[in-house]
Design a protein around this ligand. Structure first.
Ligand code: SAH
Ligand code: SF4
Length: 346
């Protein structure tokens, strides 16, 4: 499929214009990475070149468009984006109290992993997103909220099952000639796809890695996260140790705490024991409610006790604030507006 301008690297942009000198390709690339909405915006280019580029894309700089915008009371912005084939995804801009703006991007339409506590998991999987469709989410959010400091692949989908395109998107995000974001400001969150973790350990990019662990008890993890059947906890741990050996980087472990499910003191002890050889920080996330799911939120007291047990074992633990809940834009809630557009996969 043709890659739209925002998904192109500098070299790919240059390849669009083989007869042009390198400085022209750089000028075009700069415009593309600004996320222009029209080819006419490229004011330092000759009209003929603008027309030529426009012709390559039938006049459309972007492959997707915004269908719906929702703003939460806490300021979080959720966009529903209509893709060129009619499918839809969501992305979110979260702003913290220090004013840091984080774009939470989707990597797939739906998700094949089927985690029991996640809205996106109930949608099934339709297809992978292209690099252009990933970067367009970034541009749509930046158009509305200005400078974005961080990107997290924590929207819809399992990024390590679309690693090729996620890698291309990261090349664009981090290109010094374009968006120029430091790789340290980019996080990939995975449910634990071991081949993808090892691939990144070996070949990069040197982004931050977050693993959705949620439970260190094998049967419970399998129940909540079916990925555990294919890539079980012990193999996951050895992959993470390899990752740390290769990158010397601290990993984040995300633990979604669900009341009366994985939030007991025994669960905390088991988690601490599992983590011990790893250099990891734990992000505790209170389960964000999703209608029709047979789960409950943990109490603040349960969260505190859980966190204290980990801290006592020397594990840095952060209780993540749930932002974006009011628009179903918090972790695991994406997809509520898409029920009728993304049929669950067979
Ligand atoms: N598929 C990837 C990234 C997207 S999910 C992954 O699973 O890591 C992003 C995060 O949201 C994951 O850590 C996941 O465990 C968490 N999550 C899913 N459903 C949730 C819910 N209902 N409440 C809180 N967090 C949830
Ligand atoms: Fe997919 Fe992540 Fe949701 Fe699991 S938690 S279903 S891997 S999006």
């Amino acid at each position: 499929m043709k890659v739209y301008p925002s998904g192109l690297s500098l070299a790919e942009t240059a390849a669009l214009l083989p007869d042009q000198p390198p400085y022209r390709a750089r000028q075009v690339y700069e415009w593309f990475s600004k996320g222009i909405a029209s080819f006419d915006a490229m004011t330092n280019l000759p009209q003929s070149l603008r027309e030529r580029l426009s012709g390559l894309y039938g006049g459309q700089v972007r492959s997707s468009s915004i269908e719906k915008e929702l703003i939460d009371e806490d300021g979080s912005l959720k966009l529903q984006i209509r893709l060129r084939d009619g499918a839809a995804v969501e992305c979110v801009l979260l702003e913290d109290i220090e004013g840091r703006k984080t774009a939470c991007l989707s990597s797939q339409v739906g998700c094949p992993m089927g985690c029991a506590f996640c809205k996106t998991g109930t949608l099934g999987f339709l297809r992978n997103l292209g690099p252009d469709e990933i970067i367009e989410q970034f541009h749509f959010l930046r158009d509305r909220r200005g400078f974005i400091s961080n990107v997290v692949f924590m929207g819809m989908g399992e990024p390590l099952l679309n690693l090729e395109n996620v890698r291309k998107a990261i090349v664009v995000l981090s290109s010094p000639e374009g968006i120029g974001m430091s790789l340290r400001k980019i996080t990939i969150s995975t449910s634990g796809i071991i081949p993808g973790i090892l691939d990144i350990a070996q070949s990069g990019p040197k982004i931050r890695l977050a693993i959705s662990l949620t439970s260190a008890e094998p049967n419970l993890r399998t129940r909540l996260m079916p990925v555990n059947k294919t890539w079980p906890l012990d193999e996951l741990k050895s992959a993470l140790l390899q990752f740390q050996q290769a990158t010397r980087d601290r990993i984040t472990l995300e633990v979604v705490l669900i009341g009366n499910m994985n939030a007991s003191e025994t669960d905390a002890e088991a988690l601490a024991a599992w983590i011990t050889p790893l250099k990891a920080q734990v992000n505790l996330i209170a389960w964000n409610p999703i209608q029709g799911m047979p789960f409950e939120q943990p109490s603040p007291r349960q969260m505190r006790i859980f966190s204290e047990i980990l801290e006592r074992k020397g594990i840095v633990t952060v209780q993540r604030m749930s932002r974006g809940r009011g628009v179903m834009g918090a972790c695991g809630q994406l997809g509520d507006t898409l029920q009728t557009t993304n049929p669950p996969s067979a």
